[in-house]
Design a protein around this ligand. Structure first.
Ligand code: BV8
Length: 228
């Protein structure tokens, strides 16, 4: 049994569900009846920028009223106390991992609380709406978009993520449906590279079969129990 030194944790919308942030594909659906591929794409932004900006304005405002839950706090504690390498790769664009105190966090799909200027390419912290086309803090142009990775765009931090996958002895996937790549393929990369694999999710994900172990239930129960 390899000693667990390096842990790679992948989180998805399910880790924030109990904080009141809707998941993408759960019942009730986050996407206001829109197909996610119709809103989270550069084509949608070109076709109907107001629709996309309003959608992200609504979500950016909503997350600022939400609090981290017991799963975020347990992961932050693990991050503080774990002596080996530990990396939380989140698909989420909320900041609940950080607000729970986690430090070693990478947002592979971007962050709601940043705006990205398509004119000067600078990303700036942003909490307000973008629908009124505010001026970029860096260059003054009115060319800000959500700093979020849409379908067809390249996820952030892939180099760092793959080098953490190569080092990992344990890969834990928490609260994700395994519907979106390349994140959904990480469990296979981890296995091929010799890591142990664990899924903590409300129900079996699309990738469940690839995990050596899978525990099903709410993250606020499963994650603190696993961290203990
Ligand atoms: C890329 C934006 C190239 C942010 C998102 C065909 C085959 C394979 C791939 C593709 C293909 N066709 C197209 C692709 C590529 C595409 C893709 O995967 N499409 C899918 C639809 C097939 N991927 C891309 O375009 C990506 N880019 O591939 O570039 C590349 C590749 C490698 C290296 C370099 C370049 C970019 C994808 C990013 C898209 N952006 N969001 C935003 O608006 O928020 S995706 C969106 O869905 C989220 O960001 C998230 O990442 C993703 C998955 O959602 P989940 O987080 O899993 O949430 P979901 O609701 O689905 O599931 C929640 C889970 O939680 C459920 O299982 C539920 O049971 C569980 N749960 C619920 N409550 C709880 C719970 N668990 C525990 N406790 C609870 N209480």
């Amino acid at each position: 049994m390899t000693t667990i030194r390096n842990i790679l944790i992948l989180t998805g919308a399910g880790v924030s569900a109990e904080s009141g942030i809707d998941t993408f594909r759960g019942a009730g659906g986050l996407w206001e009846g829109q197909a996610v591929e119709d809103v989270a794409t550069p084509e949608a932004f070109t076709r109907d920028p107001d629709l996309v900006l309003r959608f992200y304005d609504m979500r950016r405002e909503a997350i600022q009223t939400k609090e981290p839950n017991a799963a975020h706090h347990a992961l932050a504690r693990l991050d503080r106390e774990w002596p080996g390498n530990l990396l939380i790769v989140t698909q989420n664009v909320d900041d609940l991992h950080e607000r729970a105190g986690a430090k070693r966090v990478l947002h592979m799909h971007g962050e709601h609380l940043n705006a990205w200027c398509t004119s000067c390419d600078v990303r700036s912290p942003w909490t307000g709406p973008l629908i009124d086309r505010p001026a970029c803090p860096a260059c003054g142009d009115t060319a800000l978009r959500p700093d979020v990775v849409w379908f067809g765009e390249v996820p952030y931090h892939m180099e760092e993520i793959f080098s953490a996958l190569r080092e990992a002895n344990l890969f834990v996937s928490i609260g994700t449906s395994g519907a979106v790549y390349p994140a959904a393929g990480f469990v296979r990369n981890a296995r091929d590279l010799g890591a142990a694999t664990l899924e903590l999710n409300l129900e079996p994900s699309q990738g469940s079969l690839w995990f050596e172990e899978a525990r099903h239930g709410p993250a606020t129960e499963l994650v603190p129990a696993w961290v203990e």
